[in-house]
Write a protein that binds this ligand. Structure first.
Ligand SMILES: [Zn+2]
Length: 358
């Protein structure tokens, strides 16, 4: 069955905005929706409302949730003593209305998870993917951890859930929240924490049972090898650990033009991972995530939505999409001979996981 019947988006998600100097710009999402509608005019965006306190408390401490509410009420004049209590002032600065904006941005993931519990095979939050938020604090642009909420909700119906994170950065918040739970497997492929935020996600990290799988890659790794590492470790993990449903975080910042990292992914390799997850044939809750090159994000996310919905992704955006957005061509030119980079470290990681996942 092709299509996107459970697709959550509402313009109020655009209020999740840390200001004009911050890389997480609401226009990324706004243009993504425009591109998705241009490619698939039948798209019906369902309004997700706000995540409920009950959803949020599945994965966050009550003290922290109250603290975010307190911050929101201070407006722009956040007292000095509140800084640092659960918020870093530089990467995740509090702003007026942050509590409601964070609930709006996360809501689609909770709703999507409930749809999947009721039998949907695919449900998508156009926003969300705030994988760095910890149980007790905000971190890395993330206030409330919506992928973790989705995992917790799916666990009410499924025995074993696999969280799959293809963002540039390690999905540290989700990993930490479920570290002691053998039935939520967190699988993250990312640029190594040796050089990049959040500084975690190494192959030796372990949770309960075999519930933590990390694929950290060296800076400069090209898309072909990124996809090879993803595919080989992911297939093995699914075979051995037998999940019943997926939560898929689709950060598109591994792309080579992204200003925050040093991976060299192309659009088609990154989409290859989305296809891999889709083709296992299990129910999927998907959300977006990181991605900071405004010319790039709309084409990658709209292509990912279509891919998940088994809809054809054309080579170009329709002419209705302004040329100035810089995303008319959906795919990247293929790598030339000798341009592939990262063989040695990718081989080491694949060998490591073939030994461990048996
Ligand atoms: Zn990221």
């Amino acid at each position: 069955m092709a299509g996107l019947p459970h697709f959550y988006y509402h313009p109020r998600m655009l209020a999740y905005d840390f200001g004009p100097q911050h890389p997480l710009k609401p226009v990324r999402l706004e243009r993504t929706i425009a591109c998705t509608k241009a490619l698939y005019p039948w798209l019906q965006c369902i309004e997700p409302g706000y995540a409920s306190e009950e959803d949020v408390l599945l994965v966050h401490d009550e003290d922290y949730v109250e603290f975010v509410l307190e911050l929101t009420e201070h407006g722009t004049a956040v007292p000095e003593e509140l800084f640092g209590r659960g918020f870093s002032t530089h990467d995740t600065p509090p702003f007026p209305g942050i509590y409601q904006a964070a609930l709006a941005y996360s809501a689609g993931s909770a709703r999507a998870a409930k749809d999947v519990c009721e039998g949907a095979m695919l449900a998508i939050n156009a926003g969300g993917g705030l994988h760095h938020a910890q149980r007790y604090r905000a971190s890395g642009f993330c206030v409330f951890n919506d992928p973790a909420m989705a995992c917790a909700i799916l666990k009410e119906k499924f025995n074993r859930v696999m969280y799959v994170d293809i963002d540039l950065h390690h999905g540290d918040g989700v990993q930490a929240i479920f570290l002691d739970d053998p039935d939520v497997i967190t699988f993250s492929i990312h640029e190594t924490g040796r050089v990049l935020y959040p500084g975690t996600g190494f192959i030796q990290e372990r949770g309960a049972g075999m519930s933590v799988i990390n694929v950290p890659l060296e800076p400069g790794t090209t898309g072909d090898l990124w996809l090879q590492a993803f595919t080989e470790v992911f297939r093995r993990a699914v075979d051995v650990l037998k999940p019943e449903a997926f939560v898929l975080q689709m950060g598109c910042d591994p792309h080579r033009t992204d200003p925050l990292g040093h991976l060299e992914c192309d659009v088609q390799s990154w989409l290859g991972a989305v296809k891999e997850v889709r083709d296992v044939g299990l129910p999927i809750v998907a959300m977006t995530g990181g991605g900071y090159d405004i010319a790039n994000v709309p084409r990658m996310w709209s292509a990912a939505f279509l891919t998940l919905g088994r809809l054809e992704v054309p080579a170009r955006m329709p002419d209705s999409i302004p040329v100035e957005w810089g995303c008319r061509e959906i795919f990247d030119p293929p790598l030339g001979p000798g341009q592939s980079h990262g063989h040695e470290s990718v081989e080491t990681i694949i060998d490591y996981w073939s030994e461990v996942l048996r």
